[in-house]
Design a binder for this molecule. Sequence first.
Ligand code: PRP
Ligand code: URA
Length: 209
Amino acid sequence: MGKFQVISHPLIQHKLSILRREDTSTKNFRELVNEIAMLMGYEVSRDLPLEDVEIQTPVSKTIQKQLAGKKLAIVPILRAGIGMVDGFLSLVPAAKVGHIGMYRDEETLEPVEYLVKLPEDIDQRQIFVVDPMLATGGSAILAVDSLKKRGAANIKFVCLVAAPEGVKKLQDAHPDVDIYTAALDEKLNEHGYIVPGLGDAGDRLFGTK
Ligand code: PRP
Ligand code: URA
C-alpha cells in the first residue's frame, strides 16, 4: 500500500484555515493555494533520490549531491489543480507540466475527462498529480488511470483537503500511489462536497460563482 500522509505543518494549517473561510476573496484564495502548494511541495519532495556529483568550487574539487535520475512532471487536474502548479514550480522550475481536464457531473458525481496533454516522456517521470480536493475520489482515480494508460508508473497524488471516502477509494483503486493531503476532513455531504471542506475549489479559485 502507498503512503498516506497528512502534512500538518503549522504554516499549512494556518493558511488552510483562512482558505476555508467563506469570506476569503478570490485573490486571497488564489494566493493561499499557491503558498500552501509550495509548502506541500517541499514536504512531498523529501524522498526524491539523490546521487553524487563531482563539482569544482573556487577552492577545490568536491563530491556533492544532486537530484538523481528521474525527471519530474506536475500534472494538475483542471481546473482547480492549476492553482497548485506555480507553488510546485517555484521549487522545481525545470519540471514539465501535463494537464488532465476533468469535471464532475453534478448529478451522478462521476468525473468526465475532456483533455489530456502530457509530456511525451511521461512514462519516465516522477509525477505529482495535484488537485486541491479529493472528495469521492472519482476524478483522482480517472486521472491516475489516464496516466497509467500512457505508461506512467511513478505517481504521487497531492491535495489540500481530502474526505475519508475518497482516500479509501483511491487507495483501493491505485495502492501504489502515495497520497498527501493538508487535511483529512470529516465526510462528504449528500452533494458530494467535503464537510467542512472549503466549497467548490475551482469556482473559488477562478471567481466563477
Ligand atoms: C473538483 C475538484 C476535483 C473534484 C473532486 O473539480 O477540483 O477535481 O472536484 O471531486 P471527486 O473526488 O468527487 O471527483 P470540479 O469537478 O468541481 O471541476 P473544476 O475544477 O473544473 O471546478
Ligand atoms: N470538489 C470541490 O471543489 N469541493 C468539494 O467539496 C468536493 C468536490
